[in-house]
Design a binder for this molecule. Sequence first.
Ligand code: URA
Length: 287
Amino acid sequence: MRDRHTGEPPRAAPPPEAGSLRESVADYVALLASSGLWVVGDPAASREDGAREAPSAGARALRADEPARPSIAAATVAAAFPATPGSAPDLFTPSLLDGTPSTLAEIREQLGECTRCKLSRGRTHIVFGEGNPKAEILFIGEGPGEEEDRQARPFVGRAGQLLTKIIRDGMKLRREDVYIANIVKCRPPGNREPERDEVAACGPFLMQQIRAIGPRVIVTLGRPSTSTLLGRAVQITRVRGVWHDFHGIPLMPTYHPAFVLRQYTEKTRREVWEDMKQVLQRVGRAI
Ligand code: URA
C-alpha cells in the first residue's frame, strides 16, 4: 500500500531493472492510460493527502516522509514516468481542446442533474466550481467533502478555509479572483478517492471548464488531482514545486490543504508558500 497521504512507495524500494521490465511496465501503463483517465496505484488505498477533514476512526496521520508498505504498481509507474516537467501525455481527448469554448453557464447546463456516474446517488448537491470565470489561476482539488456537498461550493470546510487563507493572506488575492474546481463534482462516499470511472465521467466537464476559463496557471491540490491531470501516477512530494504542462498551460502541483492541516509543520507550510510564490511570479504578480 502507498503512503496514504503522499502516495509514495517506501523510499528503500529497489529500482526496477532496465530493459524488459521497463518495457513491460511501459506497456502496462500505456494500457491503463488508454483505458481511462486515471492511473491507479493501489485501488485499496484510501484517500491520500487529506481531501477530507476527519480521518476515519483509528486512522492516524503519517509524516510526509514516513515510509509505507510497498506498492509495486505505484513504484513501477513512477519509475516508468519520472517526474520531468513538460511530460504530460494526452489525458483528456484532444478534441475537447478544439473549437469554441462553451461558457461556464453552458457547461453547467450541459451537466444538468448529472447521473453519469455512481457518485450521483449519494450526493446532496453538485459542486460545479466557483470563482472568476476568467481567472488567471485555477485551483483543482479532488472532490467535494461533506460541507461542500451541503453548500454546493468547493473548498468551504476546514481545508477550504486554509485554502482561502493561502489565497487571501498569502497570495494577497481574493477568493473571487481565482477559480476553484475539483476532478469530480459529487462527493465520494466514505471519504474515499474518486474512482477511475467517476473521474472519466467528470473529466470532460472539467476540461471544458479549463477551456472556458483559459487560466494562465493551474494549481493541482494533492496527488489525485495532479495524477489525473498529468495522466500518470505521481508522488506529490516529488512533483510539487516543479512546473509541469497541461496542454500548454503551466501546471504547479502542491499539497492538498487538508494534508497541510494534518502536517502543520514549518516545512510543509514553507513548501506550499514556495509553490504559491512560483505561481504568483508566473502570472506576474508581486510577492
Ligand atoms: N477537498 C477537495 O479536494 N475539494 C473540496 O472541494 C473540498 C475538500
